[in-house]
Design a protein around this ligand. Structure first.
Ligand SMILES: [Zn+2]
Length: 383
């Protein structure tokens, strides 16, 4: 089996489970840090391991453009290329391509777009996205979807969801034919490198389908029902956190979740603030990702048990306390707010490293607490 999902405990609508993938097992609900360009910005892989990150997200669009998916395939896949032996999920590239509003053209066949790096012309289709994700060798690939913009009227959301369903079928058909060509079998000749591939022979990547439907509850329901008929090993809820009010995000998640199979992982893409990810996990979401903790960190915004803290503030200039007194992360155990503020003011690269480490630790700890709450018993903190 290339994916198993064992629900261990439930609490209300939430559940605690073990998701086992070719590159390791992950306890859910889980937060997945975003590693856009084969790196979680500012954080070396060994520190991600020290934080107990079990699964990372990679961005297909960025890796396709640079260094190129065929180059990564030749180097044994993304795991070996970036020396990360734990699980990786890749997005389909659709979200980034659709964000290039001035640079793209959408047809039934796929999307033509220009590179944001050098303006060169490219084409992504469901088949192309599957080929790229298989070359990268992710544990979980995502179906190529159209992320419906916000606001979108009903006719637009309807047309978009219909195309996403046709693309889901094309994605699945192509993926099933090609998935065994994943570059996992190759072993590194350089044994000092921590990049031996742990996937067992015969294992293959997994493909998740994506629910769309804009902000219309009935369209979300229809999208979910038709997608479930295609029988994916897991399902994502996409097209959220695109500018809509938070209440609407919550409503769309609440509407969709009961229609997705209880014995398969459910992933909400691109959310959110710490209190949101905790809330969605309690509603029954198993997986989430967001650039917020890493991006905000580089701008000096720290998430803490006392709320958000802007480390650039003058008030911290001589503050000897940790970023978050309740946090036990490697940054809070060692460095003061005054030092973090100084690094930021002096534009030292270490500023991004330490701020990101704390924010990721805070997000991961938020999920660990939710899991613990569901377990009804303490879980060993591996930090
Ligand atoms: Zn901390």
């Amino acid at each position: 089996m290339s994916l198993t999902f064992q629900v261990r405990r439930t609490a209300g609508n939430g559940r605690r489970a073990t998701l086992t993938l070719p590159h390791g097992a992950v306890e859910t609900p889980v937060f997945m840090p975003v590693g856009t360009q084969a790196t979680v910005k500012a954080v070396p892989q060994q520190l991600l391991e020290a934080l107990d990150v079990g699964i990372l997200l990679g961005n297909t669009y960025h890796l396709y453009l640079r260094p190129g998916h065929e180059a990564i395939r030749r180097m044994g896949g993304l795991h070996r290329f970036m020396s990360w032996n734990r699980a990786i999920l890749t997005d389909s590239g659709g979200f980034q391509v659709f964000s290039l509003s001035e640079l793209r053209k959408v047809t039934e066949e796929g999307v033509s777009f220009r590179s944001h790096i050098d303006g060169s012309s490219h084409f992504f289709s469901p088949e192309r996205s599957m080929d790229v994700q298989i070359a990268l060798g992710s544990d979980i690939a995502m179906a190529f979807d159209e992320c419906t913009e916000y606001p979108a009227d009903r006719a637009r959301a309807r047309a978009s969801l219909d195309m996403t369903l046709r693309w889901a079928k094309r994605s699945r058909d192509h993926f099933e034919k090609q998935k065994s060509s994943v570059p996992w079998g190759e072993r590194s000749a350089f044994s000092a490198q921590r990049s031996e591939n742990t996937a067992e022979e015969g294992q293959t990547p997994n493909l998740f389908g994506i629910v769309q439907g804009g902000m219309f509850a009935d369209l979300r329901r229809e999208s979910a029902e038709r997608l479930v008929e295609m029988d994916f090993p897991g399902y994502a809820i996409g097209g959220l956190s695109v500018g809509e009010p938070r209440e609407l995000t919550r409503e769309m998640i609440a509407t969709t979740l009961p229609l997705l199979p209880v014995d398969k992982p459910r992933y909400v893409m691109g959310v959110g603030y710490p209190d949101e990810i905790a809330e969605y996990a309690r509603m029954g979401v198993d997986m989430m990702d967001c650039v917020l903790p890493t991006r905000a960190a580089r701008h000096g915004l720290l998430f803490t048990s006392e709320g958000r803290l802007n480390i650039k503030n003058r008030q911290f200039a001589e503050d000897q306390g940790p970023a978050d007194p309740a946090c036990n992360c490697m940054v809070c155990r060692r460095y003061s707010r005054a030092y973090l503020r100084h690094l930021m003011a002096a534009q030292e690269p270490l500023s991004a490293v330490l701020n990101t480490l704390h924010n990721l630790a805070f997000y991961l700890e938020t999920m660990r607490k939710v899991r613990e709450e569901m377990a009804g018993e303490p879980i060993a903190n591996s930090q």
